[in-house]
Design a protein around this ligand. Structure first.
Ligand code: ZN
Length: 160
């Protein structure tokens, strides 16, 4: 079986920045799962999966524009601290979650006061080139329900 539109793909990845510093990894954890061909990954990353099969190991390098985009210096704002989800102390440079009408959004704290905080709503990885080391662990055909929803279900996928 090779990856094509409608394949549910399980994979492990290690994400590094352009200097080779590891940012996150799924190894030792649950594999990531997505439905191929339904815009569930960054397009340049998804294209690199096309036609691959189980056991394939490959590296994908994305320019900032293909990953989380360029930093927009205008995307800073002041919000009430109660709209932020974080553990410990709110301090400059910390990445916390902003509660928005579309769900939780990772943001970076610029300045924290007692009741309000200045935050940068650019994605924390905006402006960065990224390198993914990928290993495909499992493939299966999507169910009719997954195809209708446009995403994978079950462990590692959408749970609803
Ligand atoms: Zn669904």
């Amino acid at each position: 079986m090779n990856i094509e539109s409608g394949t549910v793909v399980s994979f492990h990845y290690t994400l590094r920045d352009a200097e080779g510093v590891e940012l996150e990894s799924s190894r030792g954890d649950e594999a990531s799962v997505y439905l191929h061909g339904h815009n569930n990954l960054m397009p340049a990353l998804e294209a690199a999966f096309d036609g691959r099969t189980v056991g394939d190991v490959f590296t994908v390098e994305l320019a900032a524009g293909e990953a989380y985009g360029q930093r927009d210096p205008g995307k800073t704002r002041r919000v009430p601290v109660k709209h932020l989800a974080f553990r410990g102390k709110l301090r400059p440079g910390a990445v916390v979650q902003l509660n928005t009408s579309e769900g939780m959004l990772p943001v970076t704290v610029i300045k924290a006061g007692r009741h309000s905080a200045d935050i940068d709503t650019n994605h924390p990885l905006a402006g960065q080139a990224l390198v993914f080391d990928i290993e495909i662990s499992e493939l299966r055909a999507a169910t009719a329900e997954e195809l209708a929803h446009g995403h994978a279900h079950g462990p590692g996928g959408h749970q609803h």
